[in-house]
Design a binder for this molecule. Structure first.
Ligand SMILES: NC(=O)C1=CN([C@@H]2O[C@H](COP(=O)(O)OP(=O)(O)OC[C@H]3O[C@@H](n4cnc5c(N)ncnc54)[C@H](OP(=O)(O)O)[C@@H]3O)[C@@H](O)[C@H]2O)C=CC1
Ligand SMILES: Nc1nc(=O)c2c([nH]1)NC[C@@H]1CN(c3ccc(C(=O)N[C@@H](CCC(=O)O)C(=O)O)cc3)C=[N+]21
Length: 290
């Protein structure tokens, strides 16, 4: 039986520290960290995530401004809102919830956000900074996953890390962070040959695929640390309702792995905690506080 990595508890501890920091920024520096969260359209999952982010902000004393735009919003209208937020000195972080409706080019939107306010770390200049080791804003899900790995394993150098998935928001930045920590990194994807065998070489296995229960128990090296990024809603026949599962066959994997993150309660809460972390950092940077 492997150890369960409690992402929820880690996220709560990180947020407690951030709440203290926010309180002293307000008191000593008259700085009130503030994030603008932009939601376009009516996707129910997106609305849930935005709600969770806004609640965390309130808990930490971070100001949040929600902008909910119609699903027929044009790209020009969204870009105009981003321009206003870029120029608003009271707003330190800007997050546009993805996906956006199909009439809007998400790359154009992401790259319109001022890189210093880009608390998602998706702007091309933040991506470039990460790839050359001049980290500015680092994407929240990979950052949170790295924090859990370092807490579990300490120094990661020399470990074989396999990241399954190569998206711009999870797989690629995760691989960049693990490389910075001197792991030997393999990025696997849908064209990878003999994925089970590639996974069996992993001391650290990160699954970011988007397919429920995709990673099998016998793909996991005994004792490996498994980070399950997947968030998939499936219908559970026995429970007769939807439930959340990861990209790893958790019941099989927990018999083999050394440590594993659950879904829910693993990476998801860390994503939101790191968004708070990035917002506080952005506010301090913009106020010239080290
Ligand atoms: N916990 C959290 O906070 C977050 C969770 N997520 C979740 O993480 C998962 C991944 O998200 P995201 O990166 O955005 O997803 P994407 O759909 O953008 O990327 C999925 C990746 O998985 C690869 N893939 C698909 N099928 C296979 C296969 N059969 N074998 C090997 N690789 C495959 C794809 O390969 P290719 O490039 O070749 O197509 C692609 O690189 C999702 O479940 C998502 O909900 C996402 C963000 C935050
Ligand atoms: N611009 C942008 N930035 C994002 O960071 C972003 C995004 N768009 N679009 C969608 C994905 C997904 N994502 C999650 C955040 C928190 C949980 C989370 O808190 N999950 C809880 C459970 C939540 C539940 O019960 O539904 C958990 O895993 O325990 C999950 C997924 C951020 N994303």
């Amino acid at each position: 039986m492997s150890k369960l990595i409690d992402g929820k508890a880690f996220a709560d501890r990180l947020c407690d520290k951030l709440a203290d920091e926010v309180a002293s920024l307000k008191q000593d520096k008259q700085l009130s960290p503030c994030i603008a969260v932009v939601l376009v359209g009516e996707d129910p999952a997106s609305a849930t995530y935005v709600g969770a982010k806004v609640r965390r902000c309130a808990q930490l004393g971070i100001d949040s401004r929600s902008h909910h735009l119609d699903d027929t919003t044009s790209e020009a209208e969204l870009l105009s809102l981003i321009d206003d937020l870029n120029n608003d000195p009271e707003v330190h972080g800007i997050l546009v919830q993805l996906p956006v409706p199909k009439q809007i080019n998400s790359d154009a939107v992401i790259n319109a956000i001022s890189p210093d306010k880009d608390v998602d770390g998706f702007h091309i200049s933040n991506v470039g900074a990460l790839s050359v080791g001049q980290n500015n804003m680092v994407p929240c899900t990979p950052l949170g996953s790295l924090m859990l790995l370092q807490d579990e394993l300490g120094d990661l150098s020399g470990k074989n890390a396999v990241v399954v998935g190569r998206s711009n928001i999870v797989g690629k930045p995760m691989a960049a962070l693990l490389l910075q920590q001197s792991c030997t990194v393999t990025i696997a994807h849908s064209r990878t040959q003999d994925l089970p065998e590639v996974c069996r070489g992993a001391d650290i296995l990160v699954a970011a695929v988007g397919i429920p229960h995709f990673i099998q128990g016998d793909w996991i090296k005994p004792g490996a640390t498994v980070i399950d990024v997947g968030i998939n809603r499936i219908y559970d026949e026995a429970l007769e309702k939807n439930r959340l599962v990861g990209d790893v066959d958790f019941d099989a994997a927990k018999e083999v792995a050394g440590a594993i993150t659950p879904v829910p309660g693993g990476v998801g809460p860390m994503t939101i905690a790191c968004l708070m972390y990035n917002t506080v950092r952005a506010a301090k940077n913009q106020a010239g506080i080290a």
